[in-house]
Design a protein around this ligand. Structure first.
Ligand code: NAP
Length: 488
């Protein structure tokens, strides 16, 4: 954006109907203390949103050229006098240097935009600290979850939510209106005690992904070691053959589908465990153990990681014929065949196995892609509950069944070939089948009418052995909820 563009407020061209610019906040003068990256982006966004901006700097002459010409850059005290709402775009460590401004700041709204470098680094939040330094001001915590870059790109890109908290409702509402006019979505996080939580948000590194990532890494490591023993160590020990070249592609490519397949089954396994628990206790109101709760909450991430591994497996498989080792093996086979004068090497069964194996693999990957896309919030929000549950639950289960077919056609009769039991270890695919087959069998059992009916009743609130007083028209009496349901 050129400086000329920045100077023109965009609001003048907007329609007024239902526009946030019609709120009392629009057009008012906003102060910004500090002239760093955040202050500059904030000033640009405020100017573009139709606000008058006054920036307070310790050295306005030097910093003025960094700001849009529509923004006034002046000394801190001068800036503060011209406005009632001031964004403090200064690090916490420098708050105390602003104490000279306490008198001019009295009665004004200070917006604390600061972040820390570590979670819970200080005993009290930055906003509470600012409030303690300026007791005559009203402090609102907010805007810290936005980066300087997001502020500049505004509503077009990046995170649009602005989390706000304050002990003063009026001040919070004023700042929320400003955020709205700027094109962001204000989210009320309550009173000042939430400031610490808001300050910790930008510092968290993928909190919902920690367990799923560790789980997939653990599975990858286990299957990788298992495949390494079978594909590299076994031929070396038994036949003194050096197969180390297999590690980067072949071993990885036999490991990835194992992880993808088991992870996909782990998306559906907690549902099966939860259903078993509900059937056993005859109620849905009994709390699940914490580990099951956590597992249920991480299903989306586990599913996305399963898709990620499956996609990598597809790419690796696509590249298999590109390898030098593959070309040498093909030539070696052709030469061997010529020497043995074999004309026909076509094995009908192998041809069919491969055709079916690849076809169901592609279908499974297609379904997994669909599951991954519909788990994105923007897509999920456009689906109603039935559509979402059909895709995630029904199509997801179909993806698991098709992945099982993919695995079975890969294995074919290998499980019955004793040469496949290297160091007495069964082929990897037989191990991967354990959890998914358990899930599939459990789901089939749950779909039996008698069990499905009971499960449905439990999920609609029915409880085993619980007596409820029913008053029927024309008669009074006590019935157990079970009795009543069966009568209906
Ligand atoms: P910065 O580029 O280092 O700017 C800090 C500004 O503070 C300086 O330009 C300076 O402006 C002013 N300041 C006032 N008193 C000061 C003093 N005693 N010593 C040094 N500087 C003093 O930092 P920033 O990236 O803009 O961050 C500012 C605040 O926004 C921080 O609290 C940060 O946590 C928060 N924040 C930043 C981002 C981001 O993406 N950058 C995102 C979220 C939150 P003058 O020299 O003109 O006085």
């Amino acid at each position: 954006m050129s400086r000329g563009d920045m100077a023109k407020p965009l609001l003048g061209h907007r329609s007024m109907e239902g526009d946030p610019s019609t709120t009392p906040a629009a057009g008012r003068t906003i102060g910004v203390l500090g002239s760093g990256d955040f202050a500059r982006s904030l000033a640009i966004r405020l100017v573009c949103s139709g606000f008058k901006v006054v920036v307070g700097s310790r050295n306005p002459k030097r910093k003025a050229s960094l700001f849009p010409s529509a923004a006034e850059v002046t000394f801190q005290a001068e800036a503060v006098k011209k406005t009632d709402v001031i964004f403090v775009a200064v690090f916490r460590e420098h708050y105390s240097t602003l104490c000279d401004l306490a008198d001019v700041l009295a009665g004004k709204i200070l917006v604390d935009v600061s972040n820390n470098t570590e979670i819970n680094y200080h005993k009290e939040s930055n906003a509470e600290y600012l409030a303690s330094l300026f007791p005559a001001c009203t402090v609102v915590k907010g805007f810290n979850v936005l980066s300087a870059w997001t502020l500049q790109s505004g509503a077009r890109d990046g995170n649009k939510q602005v989390l706000l908290c304050s002990n003063n409702q009026e001040a919070k509402r004023t700042v929320a209106e400003i955020a709205q006019v700027m094109g962001f979505t204000p989210v009320d996080m309550g009173c000042m005690s939430s400031a610490c939580e808001i300050e910790n948000i930008p510092l968290r590194l993928l909190p919902a992904w920690k367990i799923p990532i560790l789980l997939s890494l653990g599975l990858f490591l286990c299957f990788f070691t298992y495949n390494l023993i079978r594909q590299v160590i076994h031929p070396y020990i038994r036949e003194q053959k050096n197969k180390l070249y297999k590690i980067p592609i072949e071993v990885v490519n036999t490991t990835l589908p194992c992880v993808a397949y088991v992870m996909l089954s782990l998306v559906y396994l907690p549902g099966v465990v939860a259903a078993c628990s509900q059937l056993y206790y005859g109620t849905k109101y009994r709390r699940f153990p914490d580990w099951l709760d956590q597992w249920l909450q991480h299903r989306k991430q586990i599913g996305l990681l399963s898709f990620f591994c499956a996609a990598l497996h597809a790419v690796y498989s696509f590249c298999l014929p590109m390898r030098r080792s593959h070309r040498y093996q093909l030539i070696e086979m052709a030469v061997k065949q010529a020497v043995e004068k074999k004309m026909n090497i076509w094995v009908e069964e192998e041809v069919w196995r491969m055709e079916i194996y690849i076809s169901v693999g592609i279908i499974a990957l297609g379904l997994l892609s669909l599951l991954a896309i519909t788990s994105l919030p923007s897509i999920a929000n456009s689906l109603n509950w039935r559509e979402f549950s059909f895709i995630q639950s029904t199509l997801g289960f179909i993806a698991l069944v098709i992945s099982t077919l993919h695995t079975l056609t890969y294995g074919w009769s290998r499980a019955f070939d004793e040469n496949q039991y290297k160091f007495y270890l069964p082929p990897t695919y037989t191990l991967t089948l354990l959890v998914p087959c358990t899930v599939i069998i459990a789901k089939v059992i749950f779909s039996l009418p008698c069990i499905q009916h009971r499960l449905l009743r439990i999920r609609r609130g029915w409880e085993k052995g619980r007596y409820v007083k029913f008053v029927l028209p024309g008669a009074t009496g006590e019935f157990s909820s079970g009795e009543t349901s069966s009568n209906v």
